[in-house]
Design a protein around this ligand. Structure first.
Ligand code: SIN
Length: 521
């Protein structure tokens, strides 16, 4: 457990942040009673069903709403506003006004406020986890883990805020002294995915706030309530109006995304999601030469060499492949197993996967929840059908689970040939595809034969091979003898078409620019 950071009493927070005008209670207590009942939290006022602009909870200007459903049963858990261009422009303008004040706060002030939000997240872990489970489907255990992971980004970036050092650069010219300072880029557009409804927000927003930027957040329509609950906690922590704004949208995402990318006031766009969408946002953002960082798709190779510890490799594969039912960008998509250990690895993995219990994430017995929606189930089915048509065999699972909810059987496929769809496309589902190989050279060629380059994993006890393979894999992140790499203080990000920039370690720099000040003596 991370150590709790001592938070100074509110009286220590400088007056300009703590002495803010009280808001009407009406604005902050509005919630759809159906949503509050559906979630059944200890603190139901964490359920917000409106967007948040300039410190106010707001409906869409035309009153349109989006229905949000529980993937475990297809039932509506609440509604959010279908916002559009008008609200997006308003959010950008309010973030721009707030930036004039926020950029002049001290790093220590920002540190203290972010740590306050961190503490509030810790205090509300149970409720925040429940929200994640009900809107995303992952089990309560996984959701609780996500809240811990999510809050760790706040702790990390609070501590980064006070260390955004500049430098002194000796000048070749006499009588000149060069120094650099780090300054916030400005208003940031933050677009986040549904697979980590909480952590992908704090990973970006934590960095932006710590750097001194203000933000317009666009959460996914599938899982908006985690984003809105975090916003409510940020409001309670005392973030000034306009620093954090949230625009919810679904059908209008085209015009909202275009405005966020093309409006010249926005100086940075960050996105986690598919490579296709990242490319579109990149293109649109180029019109105003914005700073960008994208964590796009992945298709991670997971390699088991003949000298691997097979017990460890099975544990690692289960964690890497089946975390969040296979719906993570860094999960193994292609499992390459050396022919001499193939049969042993396949039978041990299949035996473990056969024991999984798929069900509602709220049920304590469930080890794995549903996929996010039926489109996800269809994609998984498509990848399995393709692999079977090319000679693969099902060892476990292989089918959708009928009934309400978008459930799919955890699946292990054997004898998968290298030329299947899932070797080139992100499956985003619970399918472990086992592909046989014979030599290090062959497997490296197969592993790198993709446009993706997010993460790669391998198991080997040969120290020479560990260095060789880690260096040769064309990815941004390598796990060797581990199937789990995700932590706040690592440089998270990919190469090739898996993205640009790094989050976590060095992540704050993505929200800052370096300015030179040359002094003549
Ligand atoms: C992602 O799936 O986009 C993030 C996964 C992680 O942080 O572990």
């Amino acid at each position: 457990m991370p150590v709790k950071f001592p938070i100074p009493p509110l009286s220590v927070v400088p007056p300009r942040l703590s002495q803010r005008s009280p808001r009407t209670t009406l604005i902050f207590t509005r919630m759809a009673s159906n949503a509050a009942v559906a979630f059944g939290l200890k603190d139901n006022s964490l359920i917000k069903t409106q967007g948040f602009i300039g410190g106010k909870w707001l409906d869409a200007s035309d009153g349109a709403t989006i229905s949000v459903t529980n993937p475990a049963n297809g039932e509506e858990i609440g509604t959010i506003p279908e916002m559009g261009l008008k609200e997006t422009k308003e959010a950008i303008n309010t973030a721009s006004t707030a930036f004039k004040m926020w950029k002049n706060t001290t790093a220590k002030e920002r540190h203290d406020l972010i740590m306050k939000l961190y503490t509030l997240m810790k205090e509300n872990t149970e409720d925040l986890a429940k929200i994640i489970t009900l809107e995303n489907g992952k089990t309560l255990t996984e959701a609780t883990g996500e809240v811990v992971y999510s809050s760790s980004f706040l702790e990390w970036f609070a501590e980064e805020a006070v260390r955004t050092y500049g430098e002194h650069i000796p000048s070749p010219a006499p009588g000149v002294r060069n120094v650099t300072i780090m300054q916030p880029v400005g208003v940031c557009a933050i677009l986040t995915p549904w697979n980590f409804p909480s952590a992908m927000i704090t990973r970006k927003l934590g960095a932006a706030l710590a750097a001194g930027c203000t933000a317009v957040v666009k959460p996914p329509p599938e899982t908006p309530f985690s984003a809105l609950a975090l916003t409510e906690l940020a409001r309670r922590a005392g973030f000034p109006d306009g620093v954090i704004n949230v625009v919810t949208t679904f059908k209008n995402v085209g015009e909202v995304g275009k405005e966020l990318c093309e409006n010249g006031v926005v100086r940075k766009v960050t996105f986690t999601g598919s490579t296709t969408v990242a490319k579109l946002l990149y293109k649109m953002s180029s019109s105003t030469m914005k700073k960008v960082s994208f964590e796009a798709g992945g298709n991670s190779p997971f390699i088991i060499f003949d000298d691997a510890n097979i017990d460890d490799a099975v544990d690692g594969a289960i964690l890497c492949k089946f975390r969040s039912s296979g719906q993570t960008c860094v999960c193994a998509n292609r499992i390459y197993v050396h022919s001499s250990v193939y049969a042993e690895f396949a039978s041990r993995l299949a035996a473990r996967v056969a024991q999984f219990k798929v069900g509602s994430g709220m049920d304590k017995e469930s080890t794995h929840g549903p996929l996010i929606h039926d489109r996800a189930v269809q994609k998984v089915e498509g990848h399995i059908t393709d692999a079977l048509s090319k000679g693969a065999q099902v060892l476990v699972g292989g089918k959708r689970i009928n009934g309400p909810g978008s459930f799919f059987e955890p699946t292990v496929l054997a004898d998968v040939p290298p030329n299947v769809r899932l070797a080139n496309e992100e499956t985003f589902g619970p399918v472990a595809a086992l592909i046989k190989f014979d030599t290090e050279e062959e497997v490296l060629q197969l592993a790198n034969n993709t446009d993706y380059g997010l993460a790669g994993y391998f198991y080997s006890r040969d120290v020479g091979r560990v260095w060789r393979v880690a260096e040769a894999l064309e990815v941004g992140m390598v796990g060797t003898n581990t199937g789990y790499i995700s932590q706040a203080p690592i440089p998270f990000g990919g190469v090739k078409e898996s993205g640009l920039g790094r989050e976590g370690a060095h992540g704050i720099k993505e929200y800052m620019q370096t300015k030179l000040i040359a002094f003549g003596l």
